[in-house]
Design a protein around this ligand. Structure first.
Ligand code: ZN
Length: 176
């Protein structure tokens, strides 16, 4: 049994063993958000196993920059081609330089979006304006990306009690 830890803002933070979660609970660091059916018994107390807990204090030093990677760009773009808006698994998406490299475009958060191969081919070495195409939204550097801090193995089943808190899970499954 494992426990999903949310940060103070209810964003998925990490996964820990239930023993660790109970430890955090007794240290007063977390509150229980969801419980499993199973009970934990000791001589003096009986508690339900924590399924989801939330940190009571804000995390310090959490301002780690989101790494620029194909997976993280796809997550930012919700796995949608930023031109036609179609949703695809990662393998059917490619990086698109909004301003092409041949026209001085850089490889950075603000100039790279996910595109399907069809749109990418149509756009070719043009800017969206030159190709008569429009971006769904202006690409920006994300401040944070939920759940990307840890990966959930799609082969292992996610406890039902976590479902409400892991809205990226479906997306991650598509990536397998
Ligand atoms: Zn497309």
């Amino acid at each position: 049994m494992r426990t999903l830890v949310l940060d103070q803002g209810y964003q998925p933070h990490r996964i820990v063993s239930w023993q660790r979660a109970v430890g955090l609970l007794f240290e007063g660091k977390v509150e229980v958000v969801e419980e499993y059916e199973d009970e934990l018994r000791s001589v003096s107390i009986t508690i339900r196993m924590p399924a989801v807990v939330r940190l009571l204090r804000a995390l310090r030093g959490r301002k780690r920059a989101v790494k620029f990677s194909r997976m993280n760009v796809a997550t930012r773009d919700d796995f949608r081609c930023q031109y036609c808006g179609e949703k695809h698994p990662l393998r059917r998406l490619t990086y698109d330089h909004v301003v092409p490299r041949s026209q001085g475009g850089r490889t950075c958060w603000e100039n790279v979006v996910m595109a399907c191969y069809e749109c990418n081919a149509r756009k070719s070495a043009d800017t969206p304006e030159q190709a008569g195409m429009r971006l769904l939204k202006k690409p920006v550097k994300p401040k944070w990306l939920p759940i990307i801090a840890f990966r959930i193995d799609p082969a292992c089943s996610v406890p039902e009690a976590w479902a409400n808190w892991l809205y990226w899970h479906g997306t991650l499954e598509e990536d397998s």
